[in-house]
Design a protein around this ligand. Sequence first.
Ligand SMILES: Cc1cc2nc3c(=O)[nH]c(=O)nc-3n(C[C@H](O)[C@H](O)[C@H](O)COP(=O)(O)OP(=O)(O)OC[C@H]3O[C@@H](n4cnc5c(N)ncnc54)[C@H](O)[C@@H]3O)c2cc1C
Length: 317
Amino acid sequence: MTLPEATLEALDDAGVAVQLDAPLVKRTWWRVGGTADALVQADDLRTACLVRRIATETGCPLFVLGNASNLLVADAGIRGIVVRLGGSLAQIEEEPATEPRIYAGPEALVLGAGLKLTVLVGRMLKNGWTGLELFAGIPGTVGGAVRMNAGTSLGEVVDALVDVEIVQPDGSLALLEAEALAMAYRTAVLPPDTIVVSARFRLTDADPEASRHHIEAHLERRKATQPIDQPSCGSTFRNPDGDHAGRLIEAAGLKGFTIGGAQVSEKHANFIVNTGDATATDIRAVIEHVQDAVASRFGVQLVREVHFAGDWSGWSP
Ligand SMILES: Cc1cc2nc3c(=O)[nH]c(=O)nc-3n(C[C@H](O)[C@H](O)[C@H](O)COP(=O)(O)OP(=O)(O)OC[C@H]3O[C@@H](n4cnc5c(N)ncnc54)[C@H](O)[C@@H]3O)c2cc1C
């Protein structure tokens, strides 16, 4: 597969480097999936704006890849441009406190959307910043976390997000208040075809030692209960109201259920793991089997938390 000629030409004229037929398998947490027609690494705002505008003007689809820790990329790959953010779009900017604080530290952080949450949590622990403990253990980027309203038992993005900067389809920038994103359980609504390039988060003025303790205890609990040593995308399904997806899947007798190299984890039934040679097709087949089995046994329709990306033609939507 290749890009429309007009897209390639425009990217070339603008000096944007493109990797054609770029394999994605090693970039996805499930370690599955095909190639991107074209991969663009946007390490600065100019590139992110250019690539967004060119894709719009030449009618080429554009997909934003974060750390692919919540994505099932099709074996047939992703058509069009896949863009990843890094460089100056993965930085941490401190906003100094305007009022005196008990514990020293900035009042807010402006985080590049390509920043990995593991890097952020490391920096919080090192500098004694508090208020974003919710990110501990989540292997995504800031952009992916905003899109997913990611969260843990320590909170979710909506609790601390102030605003986000986006690149609009015409390549211009816009600032959106958090309230405009209609954030709900593991979802946020971004304007169509936009790229989040940064997000501003409020910090708290709390005891860094207490924060460290919460983070460490939380990470220990995860290690004990989740199959973090095998490729997965974390929780596959959202928890239905008043219940847990993992409990329902386990009660349906599906722990260990396997198709090809994809398996419902024996350790945590809401995780589907790649036991070594899974394809995206195997994983999707397990997802659909689990949904059917839980629906017919308990009358509950499990809703996916994981996003499908790429060319899934031949599958029902
Ligand atoms: C072991 C494991 C544990 C996990 N635990 C948790 C957990 O405790 N809580 C939780 O909430 N999640 C968890 N997850 C899921 C995942 O880490 C989160 O959903 C995370 O926020 C996804 O971020 P990402 O950068 O990987 O996004 P991706 O998976 O790359 O993308 C997810 C969606 O966001 C969009 N997107 C990404 N970046 C941008 C951007 N800059 N602009 C616009 N759209 C964008 C993508 O197009 C896609 O639709 C876990 C995953 C794993 C593998």
